[in-house]
Design a protein around this ligand. Sequence first.
Ligand code: MF3
Ligand code: CO
Length: 250
Amino acid sequence: MSIIIKTEREIELIRESCRLLAIVHKELEEYVRPGISTKDIDIKGDQLIRKLGGIPNFLHYNGYPASICVSVNDEVVHGIPNKHRILREGDIVSLDAGLIYKGYHSDAARTHAVGQISPEAKRLIDATKQSFFEGIKMAKAGNHLFDISNAIAAYIKPYGYGIVRDLVGHGVGTRLHEDPQIPNFAQPRRGPKLRVGMTLAIEPMINMGRADVEWEDDDWTVVTEDHSLSAHYENTILITEGEPEILTLY
Ligand code: MF3
Ligand code: CO
């Protein structure tokens, strides 16, 4: 494993890539409502990315056929947009998006409520988001990578939710997925040391029920095995001398 330390210039480009992505997410959040299709979200997101001067990095990635991953309810990640899949009041929808700006990637995900949702669903979304913020409290130079994983897991534990184990966070740079892999579940080891200039995508994926997931026949869509709801929250962050910088926040 080799974790790339970014130069100042590279950090500037990643920062800009992430800033643009934050705008995309903000606009998509406002666009989500009952009655639109998951394909509508993909079209909107693709247009926004290009209008801002980015290139969608998910499109054609390992053959993935869209620019935005749109995952509804028990879909965990990598849902494929479909014009026949209409969002309904009470659904939860996870939007995962990324772009390339001057050769540098960004990656972020949010789970949104579609209209009014149940208190239980809201609790899952909020806990998933908060677990990210608990995790990155440990994202400091000199700490170990798995301090982040352990903080996420410790926060989720009392909820009794399932932490997805089959998918992990990752480094981000000139490639969408760089070393290191960043698990969201508790780690018996410490992992590599965090250093100034690392850019990482931290992305807890949390199921209301059990942690187990399976792949649908399209070979992309990941769903909870027990069909419980699932939420996702991801930002690209930068390890600094002090507090981590969250690069994909609006
Ligand atoms: N953000 C996703 C991840 O880190 C990337 C999805 S790649 C795609 O796993 F091809 F599915 F779009
Ligand atoms: Co990611």
